[in-house]
Design a protein around this ligand. Structure first.
Ligand code: ATP
Ligand code: MG
Length: 204
């Protein structure tokens, strides 16, 4: 390449980057609001809960206070629970014990879920909690054990700077509509389908 061509290219690159920087700077200047966010992680791919717990680590790193409520069936000893329970700024509730999942006892499942939601309501009224993770909340919503209108109303009336992350497959449209950030994890491939068990440190 000729020397003048090289100089030309460098000049064009500089101009392009300059324009890009102006656009990015303007976008940053526009994004000047502070607000407690509602985030939804849904979809069939892996990464919904683990991303939420990544945010828990971020928040704790800033000295923030975090509440976690898990609407899961029974118990599995997860690494995140073992780790985060040791942190002094974390409150951790497992609310799913007693769910049957096959709705053989709808009345009992509903009662369990609603008892769980009462605990979440306390978290959502606590302005000292900066971040709340409602892990697998979409299931009790999907099965109708919790009333979506009540849930949305409680979320709406939480402290203005409190962030909430909801995880779980099949998030209801009304929840996604209310959210500020919605991410759908897409399943392209999962080791499970090749016959590989859930691996410690990766899946639990
Ligand atoms: P993770 O907790 O790993 O972020 P997740 O919250 O996105 O996963 P869940 O639907 O809560 O996914 O399922 C939890 C478990 O199921 C994890 O062990 C995860 O690896 C596994 N899993 C997630 N996606 C898939 C999938 N598409 N096929 C099979 N197993 C999956
Ligand atoms: Mg999950």
């Amino acid at each position: 390449m000729e020397k003048s061509d090289r100089a030309d290219r460098a000049q064009r690159h500089r101009k392009r980057m300059q324009r890009k920087k102006e656009i990015v700077d303007a976008a940053i200047a526009r994004a000047d609001q502070q607000k407690g966010l509602l985030l939804v992680h849904t979809g069939n791919g892996k990464g919904k809960s683990s991303s939420a717990f990544g945010m828990v680590a971020r928040a704790l790193g800033h000295g923030m206070h975090v509440g976690v409520a898990q609407f899961i069936k029974g118990r599995s000893d997860t690494g995140e629970e073992a780790f985060f329970r040791q942190q002094e700024n974390v409150i951790w509730h497992v609310l799913g014990e007693g769910f049957t999942w096959d709705t053989q006892n709808l009345a009992r499942d509903t009662e369990t879920a609603q008892r769980g939601w009462a605990i979440v309501q306390d978290l959502l009224r606590d302005p000292t909690l900066d971040l709340i993770v409602l892990d697998e909340l979409t299931y009790p919503l999907k099965y109708g054990w919790l009333d979506i209108t009540t849930v949305l109303n409680d979320l709406e009336h939480r402290p203005p700077m409190q962030h909430v992350v909801v995880t779980g497959r099949g998030a209801p449209d009304a929840l996604c509509d209310a959210a500020d950030t919605v991410t759908e994890m897409r399943d392209i491939k999962h080791a499970y389908r090749a016959g590989i068990q859930a691996q410690r440190g990766i899946d639990l």
